[in-house]
Design a binder for this molecule. Structure first.
Ligand code: PLP
Length: 442
């Protein structure tokens, strides 16, 4: 018999994603509108968005220029297929995007979400080696606690156990690198921990030895770990990872779904860490989350291999009905213009130290066992209560909402990702409310 809610029957039909439906429908949190840094709730409250939607609304909600661009586009060209047809704005957006990535990444494949971007990148990696004559390279490597969306590819290389447990064998031939953060060693580090990155990368050398480099197609990592609770790998980790993968002809994919477009005060993490991967997956801040959109930024070498390696016809049998959807593209162009004209990345840089101090000032608050930060992203670990993983962090999430900020809880962690246009003064309520909420929960 299916569970029926007693109150709020009108909420029953919608099966909400990544949400305890039963609890939500008993006591819903409903937004009715948003402007700038704030949501308005249906019960007449204002909630400060301390997680940028979900790492999406970097430029604030309902930005008038983005809204106008979408409205105009909807009246001009509402849809056009991307298969064998195009519209000029999509080509323009691709140009603008590649200009912000390292020079060797020269092409953009549009998708509609981060998950699709990840699955696309994994498929491109597998297909590239086929076209390039190294057909034995079919193995993919992700990382423990990695989050790469919810497609079968992304879940396979992802390493969050709850996301994997009901779905059988997923993709075969997948390995996982160790989680590159040790709370005992590195708790309360500001920015990148100083630990030796090889503590976490020796395993890659081992996997290469075990299976042979020629069986490995690619490695995918989040340059900064988001969904698992905002963790920063040790200094030099990504550079070392690049060296090892390059040496063995293994493609390196950065999943930049949350790091691209300003979160670290740069256009992307590849630029921030000065490491050049073969592909980057992007979404979210790409167009301020105003219309679903993702993409893979691909190296010229990979693209050229497909184009030159296919004598005629379609070079890659892959794509989405909504790839480069005109409304998504319009919001992308408008967002990219704002990032540039309003020097958003530099504005982030100016606030990083203030944000870092605000986060770390919570150190002596009750229940805190770790605080981490990089750019305008912060993570807290909350002591587990009564062996019930996530129970206390979820209470904190509820209390913070009651007190007026929207944050994200996952397991025993809390993630903070303020809207990038926030002033220092506008960041203050996040720290104040977190402090109050930590005192109030048990
Ligand atoms: N990759 C990373 C690193 C993410 O953080 C996310 C979502 O948070 C995804 C992929 C999946 O993106 P989407 O939810 O748009 O499918």
């Amino acid at each position: 018999m299916s569970y029926k809610i007693n109150k709020n029957k009108h909420l029953n039909a919608y099966w909400m994603p990544f949400t305890p439906n039963r609890a939500f429908k008993e006591k819903p949190r409903l937004y009715k509108s948003a402007k700038g840094l704030y949501y308005q709730t249906t019960d007449g409250r204002q909630v400060l968005d301390a997680i940028s939607g979900l790492w999406c609304s970097n430029l604030g909600h309902c930005h008038p220029k983005i809204t106008e661009a979408i409205q105009k586009q909807a009246a001009k060209l509402d849809y056009s297929t991307a298969f064998n047809f195009g519209h000029e704005d999509a080509f323009q957006l691709a140009d603008i995007l590649v200009d912000q990535f390292p020079k060797s990444l020269g092409h953009v494949f549009f998708t509609n979400s981060g998950s699709e971007a990840v699955d696309t990148a994994l498929k491109i990696a597998l297909a590239y080696h086929q076209v390039n004559g190294e057909k034995s390279r079919t193995r993919l490597i992700g990382r423990v606690k990695g989050y790469h969306g919810v497609g079968f590819g992304g879940v396979s290389v992802g390493g969050m156990s709850n996301n994997r447990k009901y779905f059988g064998n997923l993709l075969s031939d997948v390995d996982h690198l160790p989680f590159p953060y040790n709370e005992n060693e590195n708790a309360f580090t500001r920015g990148e921990p100083e630990e030796n990155p090889m503590h976490y990368l020796n395993e890659l050398e081992q996997i290469i030895k075990t299976h042979g480099a020629k069986t490995i197609a690619g490695v995918i990592v989040e340059p900064v770990i988001g969904s698992a609770g905002m963790f920063v790998p040790p200094k030099g980790y990504l550079k070392k990872l690049r060296q090892i993968t390059k040496k063995h002809g293994i493609l390196l994919i950065f999943d930049e779904v949350i790091t691209a477009f300003g979160r670290l005060g740069t256009a992307n993490a590849a630029t921030y860490f000065d490491v050049i991967p073969d592909m980057c997956t992007i979404a979210k801040g790409l167009n301020n989350g105003a219309v679903p959109m993702g993409a893979v930024v691909v190296s010229k070498q990979i693209y050229d291999c497909f184009i030159d390696g296919t004598k005629e016809g379609v070079e890659l049998f892959h794509g989405y009905t909504y790839s480069a959807h005109p409304l998504a593209v319009a919001s992308g162009l408008a967002s990219q213009k704002i990032y540039k004209e309003e020097s958003i990345y530099d504005r982030v840089k100016n606030n990083v130290k203030y944000f870092e101090d605000g986060m770390h000032n919570l150190m002596d608050s009750p229940h805190i066992t770790d605080i981490r930060n990089i750019g305008l992203a912060g993570g807290l670990t909350i002591a587990c209560r009564d062996n019930k993983v996530g129970a206390r962090a979820y209470d904190l999430f509820l209390k913070a909402y009651e007190l007026g900020i929207g944050i994200r809880a996952n397991g025993d962690t809390i993630v903070i990702a303020p809207i990038l246009t926030s002033s220092k003064k506008e960041l203050d309520p996040i720290f104040d409310i977190l402090e109050q909420a930590l005192k109030k929960i048990k």
